[in-house]
Design a protein around this ligand. Structure first.
Ligand SMILES: [Zn+2]
Length: 242
């Protein structure tokens, strides 16, 4: 690995050269190549995570371009995961990027998360998030929930059996239907918070609770949440979405 690329970040004591070496041996899967997923994939690529899989079966639409830097007008009509694989691999040829042209279902999720160290949520619906939550708890693989709505981003790291899971806090996250409003620049900061949690987790550091950031009001809140002792998922291990 050419450390020159990471020269400015390995002098950050929180990361260091040792941490950089650890990241280079880690495998992350990003589920969903939407606004959050593609921003997070790019951040992890530049940070130097060794292998990144991006799972998405959608095509790029013109309406995607306001909330990401990696797609341009020429990409409209092509598969997101293929473009991400091509472009991200050009950004960092020392790591492995794999675009997986699939929609995550209960039938394929086990193979998608095989051998990964952490799962990143790049989806836009609660159904898929509960599926990720179930497979995470069942297989003891941490995941980082992230969601955006209008001007508000929410992020929480979930370590099976240690922190609350998504089911424990599901009452705090209202399900939104229809077209989701998103201020374009909200996704990049929410993805950045998500990736910071991911690399902290990969380096074995402590995570804070649920983060809620309102980019319009410029308000940042950290909520400490307890596990729900009657949670059907992380306590009773009833995996209703799997
Ligand atoms: Zn739970």
């Amino acid at each position: 690995m050419n450390m020159q690329r990471y020269q400015r970040q390995i002098i950050v004591p929180e990361l260091s050269e040792d941490g950089q070496n650890i990241l280079s041996r880690r495998h992350v899967v990003v589920i969903g190549g939407g606004g959050l997923g593609r921003n997070s994939s790019e951040i992890l690529t530049r940070l130097g995570v060794g292998r990144i899989d991006i799972v998405d079966d959608d095509l790029v639409e013109l309406s995607n371009l306001h909330r990401t830097s990696i797609f341009n007008e020429e990409d409209v009509g092509r598969f997101k995961c293929q473009i991400l694989e091509e472009k991200l691999q050009k950004i960092n040829s020392e790591i492995t990027i794999k675009g997986v042209k699939q929609r995550v279902t209960k039938e394929n999720v086990q193979s998608i998360i095989k051998n990964v160290d952490i799962i990143l949520d790049g989806t836009d619906n609660m159904q898929t998030r509960f599926l990720i939550n179930d497979v995470s708890i069942k297989n003891d693989i941490p995941w980082i929930y992230a969601g955006v709505y209008s001007t508000i981003g929410m992020v929480m790291g979930i370590i099976p059996k240690q922190t609350p899971c998504l089911k424990c806090i599901s009452q705090s996250i209202p399900e939104k239907t229809g077209e989701i409003p998103v201020l374009g620049n909200l996704t990049s900061i929410t993805a950045s918070i998500q990736c910071t949690k991911a690399i902290k987790l990969l380096l074995g550091k402590q995570l804070s609770g649920l983060i809620i950031y309102d980019i319009w009001k410029q308000q940042f809140e950290q909520m400490k949440i307890q596990r729900n002792p009657t949670c059907g998922c992380c306590e009773k291990e009833i995996f209703e979405f799997l």
